[in-house]
Design a protein around this ligand. Structure first.
Ligand SMILES: Cc1ncc(COP(=O)(O)O)c(C=O)c1O
Length: 374
């Protein structure tokens, strides 16, 4: 998808101005490292480890969905197990539970971060003590950090590991600590609409070298260390290519610039849409939370047909989307148990996301705001 200036997209990939991505790709071609391993993969992993700090280990993978799948396997999720999942998210946060033959149990959100409600999480765990869930999948949705202190305390109390889906949240922090470092295992996405891209790709973040080794082993078809192909486990083809990782290395040079831009766009929307009688623009609940504002989201005070509203914006050349439809309301999950409080359903019925990516100019924001108000 080219950057078509007649249409303002939600978040379109933008390469660095100085061609850093191309330099890494050309080097891969020159040295014939055109494979799902190589110096760019190692380099990109090191770049992310440095950026996230906190002694994390990173495995670069083909997608965030793949990373969540591997994370579930690594914490021991087996067929028939139950996994507690944030309902208000993209399907990729919970679909991998089904890939494992396990069952998702959906947990609603709390009103300020829109992420997993600690109260409902504990209620769900207590209701299933005879058959303890194997994992909890928490999301830092739209870039907003979840309530990590509360969620981590519950995870420790009941000894259930957390998988942090930080697909949207590279560069966000909670109490100064980066998203992607809170879960026992965390994941990132670098698909074409994220804060940085590798065209398509993801990463698994863990806290010890052995877990990373196991993740890479499973991501490369679980080949035992023999010249002939020997397999004692079922593996996957989930590694990132050296070409994609080259794009990632180049994108790391503009990550801070992209984050600053997303925050600037959010601030501009907040000042121009300052009309509490009609809208509420998403905001950090307190100084503990520092969202990258991957997408700026607004809530209308009263429910409206968000689908029709976004179609009207589309006619004006503006890509907008209703907020995620919660997983517990999706036909495919109609039989999954859910612990609900109405928060995510209300968000879905009253909210939309607005263009926020690196191509969106101040002039675009003013045009979008005028169109929304009209
Ligand atoms: C919250 C969330 N989790 C997971 C994913 C999946 O990422 P990927 O496309 O890299 O598999 C996305 C993608 O948009 C997402 O928004």
């Amino acid at each position: 998808m080219a950057n078509d200036r007649r249409h303002i997209h939600l978040c379109l990939a933008k390469m660095s101005d100085n061609g850093a991505e191309q330099k890494y790709i050309q080097e891969a071609f020159r040295t014939n490292w055109v494979a799902p391993l190589g110096p760019n993969v190692d380099g990109f992993e090191k770049d992310l480890e440095r950026y996230l700090g906190n002694d994390v280990h990173v495995a670069a993978l083909s997608s965030c969905t793949a990373a969540i799948h591997l994370a579930l396997l690594l914490v021991g999720v087996k067929p028939g197990d139950e996994v507690l999942c944030q309902s208000f998210s993209f399907c990729a946060s919970s679909n991998p539970v089904t890939y494992c033959g396990a069952k998702p149990i959906f947990i609603d959100s709390e009103a300020e971060t829109w992420n997993m409600s600690p109260e409902l999480l504990e209620e769900a765990i207590k209701s299933r003590l005879s058959r303890k869930p194997k994992a909890i999948v928490v999301v830092d949705l739209y870039g907003m950090p979840a309530r990590w202190d509360d969620l981590t305390a519950i995870s420790r109390k009941y000894e259930i590991p957390i998988i942090e889906d930080a697909a949207n949240a590279l560069g966000s922090t909670y109490k100064g600590r980066p998203c992607g470092t809170f879960g026992d295992i965390a994941t990132l996405s670098f698909n074409g609409n994220k804060i940085i891209t590798t065209s398509g790709g993801g990463a698994l973040i863990c806290h010890d070298e052995a877990t990373k080794k196991r993740a890479v082993f499973l991501a490369t078809q679980a080949k035992e260390p023999y010249l002939h192909y020997e397999h004692e486990a079922i593996g996957f083809n989930y590694r990132m290519s050296n070409i994609s990782a080259g794009i990632g290395r180049g994108q790391m040079t503009v990550l801070d610039k992209h984050i600053a831009h997303h925050k600037h766009v959010h601030e501009l929307y907040s000042s121009l849409l300052d009309n509490p009688g009609i809208f509420r623009v998403s905001t950090n609940p307190s100084s503990d939370f520092n969202s990258n504002f991957w997408l700026t989201t607004i809530l209308f005070k009263h429910p409206l047909d968000t689908e029709a509203f976004c179609l009207q914006l589309d006619k004006a050349g503006i890509e907008a989307r209703p907020l995620w439809k919660p997983m517990h309301l999706q036909p495919v999950y109609k039989n999954a148990p859910a612990f609900t409080n109405g928060v995510s359903e209300n968000l879905y019925n009253t909210g939309i996301c607005l263009p926020s990516g690196p191509w969106v100019t101040d002039e675009d924001v003013r045009f979008i705001v005028d169109t929304v108000l009209r």
